[in-house]
Design a binder for this molecule. Structure first.
Ligand SMILES: Cc1cc2nc3c(=O)[nH]c(=O)nc-3n(C[C@H](O)[C@H](O)[C@H](O)COP(=O)(O)O)c2cc1C
Length: 286
């Protein structure tokens, strides 16, 4: 019998057991399970993850020489249809556990066909003490979901300084429960992705842009360019459908990045290696 249940994987990047991230992910998983999904929780902080060695074996040889939980984690992500992710903000950006895993995401290089093999979606939560001190939480949590292969369809920014405090926000907890169901319904084609605010990236929902030529702006995460237009309710950013569909995190764009950029750096580097080694003799590398 084929297993038709959609699998939703909950990912928590906080070590607090009574933590807000843990509570939000569990609440969304409860909503997903109630709607009919198969829900599973994975504590990201329990994984044994080494730092990336920068050897690029994953790209050039098709696998990572380090023996830790990364392959296990990638297998879990690839087999999931949906992801619910929450990370606490520490010192203005999401906790280091996310970045530790993210640095290893070039390990997806030999597996991009698997990433592209089905429709996926994510709901994300950035959790911080105050919106004043969470300038990049949403952007970086969503970058993680997108890098993992899951387009973000909705998110919440939760503000709760102490462990467990988020439960006092009853409306938020209800919303989060509903978001779990929404994730499943989206995967079944019965729900729409959340629309961006006027000055938000329509892919990652980021609110940080850089100015580029011709009066346009670019999302530094998704690398899509938009224009400030006069919308019905005032100024807004407009992105063409073409830009939106070819953002950096699509499997196709990632494939091109690997084949046409990373792999092409190899030969010029090898051509210069003799000279580099000669010059390195003057430096202490111990
Ligand atoms: C080491 C540390 C650093 C923190 N840094 C920030 C910060 O830069 N900005 C902020 O708004 N909250 C900050 N906080 C508050 C946490 O984001 C907040 O406690 C949040 O609820 C943690 O989520 P958790 O309960 O899921 O671990 C920090 C908390 C800790 C323990």
């Amino acid at each position: 019998m084929p297993d038709d249940d959609k699998k939703i994987l909950g990912l928590v990047a906080s070590r607090r057991k009574r933590g807000n991230s843990n509570l939000l992910v569990k609440q969304a998983l409860k909503g997903a399970a109630r709607a009919g999904a198969e829900a599973e929780l994975l504590d990201l902080t329990s994984l044994n993850v080494e730092t990336c060695r920068g050897c690029l074996s994953c790209v050039f040889k098709g696998s990572c020489p380090q023996e830790d939980d990364m392959e296990y984690f990638l297998d879990k992500a690839i087999s999931a249809d949906g992801v619910v992710l929450a990370a606490p903000t520490y010192l203005l950006t999401p906790a280091a556990r996310l970045k530790l895993l993210l640095d290893r995401f070039l390990m997806f290089s030999p597996r991009l066909d698997e990433v592209a093999s089905k429709d996926r979606a994510a709901v994300t939560f950035t959790v911080a003490g105050s919106s004043l001190w969470n300038p990049l939480g949403l952007e970086l949590v969503n970058q993680f979901a997108l890098g993992l292969g899951f387009p973000v369809i909705d998110y919440r920014e939760a503000y709760a300084p102490g462990p467990g405090e988020v439960v006092l926000q009853e409306q938020l907890m209800e919303d989060v429960f509903s978001l779990g169901g929404k994730l499943l319904y989206f995967l079944e084609g019965r729900e729409e992705k959340r629309g961006p605010d006027p000055f938000q990236c329509p892919v990652c929902f980021g609110k940080v842009f850089r100015r580029v030529r011709n009066g346009r702006v670019e999302c530094p995460m998704c690398l899509i360019k938009g224009q400030v237009i006069q919308g019905e309710t005032g100024e807004a950013l407009h992105f063409s459908e073409e830009e939106i569909h070819d953002h950096f995190f699509t499997p196709d764009h990632r494939r091109r990045h690997i084949e046409e950029w990373i792999k092409k750096t190899r030969e010029p580097y090898l051509n210069k290696l003799g000279e580099i080694k000669e010059k390195l003799k003057a430096y202490d590398l111990t």
